[in-house]
Design a protein around this ligand. Structure first.
Ligand code: UDP
Length: 321
């Protein structure tokens, strides 16, 4: 039996494939729109194609005995989703519905879905649990929440079990130095700061200094990509054992760091100092997003292994290469 990883040539997908390979057969489906061939692990079967393409899915599900699908393939930038909502509803919702239809048709009934803290919108609490009300404020968050709702409906009537993982801020790179974060264009804070410290950008822009936080900049919960990847394997094992299914879990470290604090840690890790400009808020950014990951710890025994400085050190090694 194999695991189908949709989006396995992307940042989080490729790190998850690394955790799977050796123990499981892996088939990666990726259209390489934002993923890269160099992130593809040796030993995987790679199929280049869109997950909205029913004929490609028929081929994959017919040629391989697929036990479960891990679904990372999505667009994930808040600003882009505001500019181009139809692209987000098409790629993140419609394509996923096609994938789910084909899974049901081919009798594949285990699904692990990459969701996001953006489903919570502007939460009314500083520590977000899975009980916190979901009220996304942009098309990206809405597209992910819609799929979560679709999954519950599908599981209600079909032989189909799922686990939803709501990621907070993924960061860092694999220990091996072989894979790490590569987006084009890059919009995420940690890679932008490190690229600047490596001389690849003139300065860093901090978006907003008037938030209701200790230093006025946004606070986020950064989680190492390998910790995220391990959570997917545990989620799969929970589905296989039949003990954990149709659940939603947060995935974060449980500690918040402001934009200014992130810049300081990056300076410390690199031994270099940054040039910073303070600009207006970025549209759609909540002030504070910090996860309680108590539920996944209790259900699946997951806990994060990497804290902020180690996360940034691993990212620095990757970006310095
Ligand atoms: N941010 C920033 N400057 C940048 C990129 C990001 O000030 O060049 C801030 C952003 O406003 C947010 C935090 O850093 O408060 C994390 O943003 P990122 O895009 O990395 O992740 P997000 O929280 O949007 O998923």
């Amino acid at each position: 039996m194999s695991i189908l990883v949709c989006g396995g040539a992307g940042y989080i997908g490729s790190h998850t494939v690394k955790e799977l390979i050796g123990n499981y057969e892996v088939v990666v489906l990726d259209n390489l729109s934002t993923g890269y061939p160099f992130l593809l692990e040796e030993g995987v079967t790679f199929v280049k194609g869109d997950l909205g393409d029913a004929s490609v899915l028929d081929l994959v599900f017919t040629e391989h005995k697929i036990d479960a699908v891990f679904h990372f393939a999505a667009n994930s930038l808040v600003g882009e989703s505001v500019e181009n909502p139809l692209m987000y509803y098409d790629n993140n919702v419609s394509s996923t519905v096609t994938l789910l239809k084909k899974m049901v048709e081919h009798g594949v009934g285990k699904f692990i879905f990459s969701s996001t803290a953006a489903t919570y919108g502007i939460p009314d609490t500083d520590l977000i649990t899975e009980e916190t009300v979901t009220n996304p404020i942009n098309p990206y968050g809405r597209s992910k929440l819609m799929v979560e709702q679709v999954l519950a409906d599908v599981a209600h009537v079909h032989d189909f079990q799922y686990i939803v993982l709501r990621y907070f801020n993924a960061a860092g790179a694999h220990d091996s130095g072989q894979i790490g974060e590569s987006h084009n264009p890059e919009t995420h804070l940690i890679p932008i700061v490190l690229q600047h410290l490596l001389g690849k950008r003139d300065k860093i822009s901090v978006f907003g200094t008037d938030y209701n936080t200790a230093d006025g900049t946004c606070v986020r919960d950064y989680i190492h990509v390998t910790d995220l990847a391990i959570a997917h394997v545990l989620a799969y094992e929970g589905l296989v054992s039949g003990e954990v299914f149709n659940e939603v879990f947060n995935l974060g470290n449980g500690s918040g760091y402001s934009v200014k604090e992130i810049i300081e840690v990056c300076e410390k890790v690199s031994g270099r100092s940054a040039t910073v400009e303070y600009v207006d808020r970025r549209h759609g950014d909540p002030a504070v997003l910090v996860a309680s990951s108590g539920k996944i710890n209790k259900s699946l025994g997951w806990k994060p292994r990497f804290q902020l400085e180690e996360i940034i050190k691993s990212a620095w090694r990757w970006h310095s290469k």
